[in-house]
Design a protein around this ligand. Structure first.
Ligand code: G3I
Length: 318
């Protein structure tokens, strides 16, 4: 059916969405669209530490299992999100007072347990999420403070031990174009590759806003990572709008989506394009940015917006 994103996409490009597990369970229209429209899924929240290991040593895989099973039933790949982050960590971890050795052991155990459980079932893992600040310095977080910068290489090595076939990614926002932050990723990726650390890709999240404009050099940026031998991916695309959205802004939003998709299509081995939710009915944006919203491809009633038509057409022509 060429009228859905997954079928319009050229061979080898997987089109994904973040999945809200509550909506998947409670909203049949949502569930139907996730299955019909996408060839890849990412857990919006349920593969994060606070969900998977709410208490030290007690794992809860119920919701993550549900998503992996849904994906299997619908012939979809799964992007795993995420193994190391500064956010959505359980209180016992965030507030714990661990030695370097203890925290290293905790991280290693979590990665081995989680990646090992889904061995062979997760296509790409966002191993390290948002580890640089916008100036390109390593972000202050519990991992850096307690373990030191080696936590990054170790996380990739541990994930690779647990599932040698999974593709392992760095992932961040504000790295669509060439800038201080994406330069930092470029240098890190080059260094890790030189050291033989199993890093396979860089994910550009793609959280854009019409009021900020869109980086004109996204293609060049993705291509420089490709030239290092890395895969790339657009992992969390959305384009928010100051509310209420008018027709000019909805048109600009469509251009924002296509700037990301087109860059991916022009880059060798950019093989996944994922949106961070696909309907304005469920979106993190209004909760985080006061007065902004309407960031997704479909409106609150699942009607296609100009952005949806633009993405569908761009895929079909590729
Ligand atoms: O689960 C609780 C629920 O029990 C409670 O009633 C409710 C009340 O606020 O909160 C619920 O938790 C919320 C959680 O999403 C699940 O819905 C948190 O408050 C809320 O902060 C959390 O937001 C998520 C955010 O990450 C947190 O960092 C968003 O859904 C999720 O879309 C967003 O995703 C991130 C990516 O992981 C990384 N890149 C940026 C992206 C957008 O911020």
């Amino acid at each position: 059916d060429p009228d859905v994103l997954r079928d319009a996409a050229p061979r080898g490009l997987f089109v994904g969405t973040a999945v809200d597990m509550a909506a998947l369970a409670n909203d049949p229209v949502y569930r139907e669209r996730v299955g019909a429209e996408f060839s890849s899924v990412t857990a919006e929240n349920v593969m994060k530490w606070e969900t998977l290991q709410p208490e030290r040593g007690r794992y809860d895989f119920a919701a993550a299992d549900e998503l992996v099973e849904f994906a299997r039933a619908n012939g979809q790949r799964v992007r795993g999100h995420t193994l190391v982050w500064h956010n959505q960590n359980p209180a016992w971890l965030a507030e714990g007072d661990f030695s370097r050795q203890e925290l290293r052991a905790i991280l290693r155990e979590h990665i081995h347990t989680v990646v090992g459980r889904y061995r062979g079932q997760i296509w790409q893992w966002d191993v390290a999420n948002e580890i640089f600040d916008d100036e390109g310095n390593l972000r202050q977080n519990i991992w850096l403070e307690t373990i030191g910068p080696d936590y990054i290489a170790d996380a990739f090595r541990w994930a690779h031990q647990a599932d040698p076939r999974a593709q392992l990614f760095l992932n961040d926002y504000n790295i669509e174009g060439v800038n201080a932050k994406s330069d930092a990723y470029y240098e890190l990726a080059r260094q890790l590759r030189r050291e033989g650390v199993p890093v396979h890709g860089v994910g550009v999240q793609g959280h854009l806003g019409v009021q900020y404009g869109f980086a004109p050099d996204t293609t060049a940026n993705l291509q420089r990572f490709a030239a290092l031998g890395l895969r790339t991916a657009v992992t969390e695309a959305d384009v928010r709008i100051p509310m209420p959205a008018d027709t000019v802004e909805l048109q600009a939003q469509a251009q924002g989506y296509s700037s990301l998709l087109t860059a991916c299509l022009r880059t060798p081995r950019c093989d996944s394009f994922t949106v961070w939710g696909f309907t304005d009915r469920y979106s993190w944006v209004p909760d985080w940015f006061e007065g902004e919203g309407a960031a997704n491809l479909l409106d609150e009633d699942y009607n296609p917006k100009p952005a949806y038509r633009e993405v569908l057409e761009t895929l079909a022509l590729a």
